[in-house]
Design a protein around this ligand. Structure first.
Ligand SMILES: Nc1ncnc2c1ncn2[C@@H]1O[C@H](COP(=O)(O)OP(=O)(O)OP(=O)(O)O)[C@@H](O)[C@H]1O
Length: 234
């Protein structure tokens, strides 16, 4: 469970997040909003790249903001980026081992990497180098890196951007299995409302850094304020 209280982020005079309080409890939650609404900034706060001016964030009751970024990773926080961070010169397996080396004790690393390769359907390209992968495979490597070790919260920033409908559906199936397979909570940013609807039982909508709506995804997407601000309806 993610509990955000009175969060304020300031960059000089800009306030990409202000007065934000929200409790996210679903196994997979969506985070949507217009461009510049503060979605990536919120992920940056959760993962430790941005320090808020004010507020608290708790993950399963523990104070997240107290931890440095690497400590958060070791505590089970994982993140994928809009631009994939696959190391071109390493094999797919070694891309995952590089994460395991940082987050796990020696004994269980290879077992965890093998499980992640199977889980993401990457086992057949495990020995291919990062540079040989197509966009879909690179996105799945990002997902694989997120499930190595013992993830507790996985943050996905537009994981399906640029994928075909079929690839997007395959990625979606994989994400949907994360809570059961790994016991981790997932928070997904995406502009594809159909994808959010298919994956997320609850959704938080940001607008100008503030909470516009939070609740069951279907209800949130029917909310007139959300439709006006985000879906472009009058
Ligand atoms: N490092 C920074 N310095 C100054 N302003 C920033 C910085 N990072 C983000 N912002 C501003 O904060 C606001 C929120 O940006 P953010 O990237 O979080 O929005 P977003 O909802 O993720 O948008 P998008 O959907 O376009 O990715 C924007 O006005 C952006 O210009």
């Amino acid at each position: 469970m993610i509990e955000i209280s009175d969060l304020l982020v300031e960059f000089g005079g800009v306030r990409p997040i202000s007065d934000l309080s929200a409790k996210l409890t679903a196994p997979i939650s969506g985070l949507i909003g217009p461009n510049g609404a503060g979605k990536t900034t919120l992920l940056n706060v959760l993962s430790g790249f941005v320090t808020p001016s004010h507020g608290k964030v708790r993950l399963n009751g523990a104070d997240l903001l107290r931890l440095k970024p690497l400590q958060r990773v070791r505590a089970g926080l994982r993140r994928s980026f809009q631009t994939e961070q696959v190391v071109e010169d390493l094999t797919v397996r070694d891309n995952l081992i590089a994460i395991a080396d940082n987050v796990m004790h020696v004994g269980h690393r290879y077992e965890s990497v093998d499980k992640a390769l199977e889980f993401t359907g990457l086992a057949s390209v495990a020995e291919s180098s990062g540079s040989a992968l197509n966009l879909f495979q690179r996105r799945m490597v990002e997902l694989g890196k997120c499930v190595v070790g013992k993830p507790k919260l996985i943050l996905l920033d537009e994981p399906a951007a640029g994928l075909t409908d079929e690839e997007s559906a395959r990625l979606r199936e994989c994400v949907l299995n994360i809570p059961d397979a790994y016991g981790a909570q997932v928070l997904v940013i995406d502009h594809d409302v159909d994808l959010i609807r298919a994956m997320c039982s609850e959704t938080l909508v940001l607008d100008y850094g503030k909470k516009l709506a939070l609740g069951p995804t279907e209800e949130v997407l029917e909310d007139p304020d959300v439709r006006r601000a985000y879906l472009g309806e009058l």
